[in-house]
Ligand binder design. Structure first.
Ligand code: ADP
Length: 247
């Protein structure tokens, strides 16, 4: 089962123009990269998929569960762009708090927080106050917070922004490990460099419209045949999104 957006439209205000209009999309299995330039609608799409925002028209479902329900939000985890270190809380307390906010009992959230931190390799920092963690470690706490209630789909909004290549690789390994545990991961980025061969699927979004969704191999065929292999991802991205500013 997966998240299904069906003919979804969304505007940020009554008089605002629609950011998304009649968008239909099913989150693929495995690891998917949601690629598009700034302003394409990636965050908006992820917030709708997370049940954080509700569509003006259309529906967002996980099987029979509607995105407005608490049961839906237990299946789906969303990690926003900025993770806030909560004053006074240790990594474990912050993760447990996230579980409690999702509707777990205090006890269940506390127990699950240890395992969630283990999954992101943060056990040795569990008792450290989150204010004292590095940016990369705080992102791991963000992932653990998203995972604490054993969600089946993990939505990550630009998690690699500001990371150096080593941190990116570590984070990507973490994502791959999660998908091997059966979690679907949808990771948004405007950076083609995030498109490692490890991603199973690529979805491109341009001006609120999905211009491609398929395997990474199919995505790369959108680059012109004359483009050298090292630049194919960038060329395919430009061809599919019209964004020529790709790094
Ligand atoms: P992306 O994540 O791809 O950068 P967003 O989903 O953040 O794109 O934004 C899509 C469009 O929606 C942009 O034109 C942006 O200006 C607009 N938008 C995003 N958030 C808001 C908001 N809170 N209020 C009004 N407009 C917004």
């Amino acid at each position: 089962m997966s998240i299904e957006l069906d003919s979804v439209s969304y505007a940020y205000g009554r008089r605002s123009r629609r950011v998304l209009s009649g968008l239909s999309y099913t989150v693929p299995d495995g690891f998917t990269i949601l690629l598009g330039p700034n302003g394409a609608g990636k965050t908006t799409t992820l917030k709708l998929a997370a049940g954080v925002n509700q569509p003006g028209q259309g529906s967002v479902r996980f099987g029979r569960l509607s995105s407005g329900s608490k049961a839906y939000r237990m299946k789906v985890a969303w990690m926003p762009q900025a993770i806030t270190a909560m004053t006074g809380l240790t990594a474990r307390e912050q993760v447990a708090y996230a579980g409690w906010l999702k509707g777990m009992s205090r006890r269940a959230a506390w127990d699950a927080s240890a395992e969630a931190l283990e999954r992101v390799r943060m056990t040795e920092h569990a008792a450290v106050r989150t204010k004292r963690l590095s940016g990369g470690q705080l992102r791991r706490v963000g992932v653990a917070s998203a995972l604490v209630h054993e969600a089946e789909v993990l939505l990550l909004d630009e998690p690699t922004a500001g990371m150096d290549p080593t941190q990116r690789r570590v984070f990507r390994d973490l994502v791959i490990e999660l998908t091997s545990q059966g979690v679907r991961v949808l990771l948004s980025t405007h950076d083609v460099a995030d498109l490692a061969e490890e991603a199973d699927h690529v979805t491109t979004l341009a001006q609120g419209t999905i211009t491609f969704s398929g395997s990474t191999a199919d995505f790369l065929t959108h680059a012109h045949a004359s483009v050298p292999e090292a630049r194919r991802a960038e060329a395919a991205y430009t061809a599919l999104t019209g964004d020529g500013t790709a790094a």
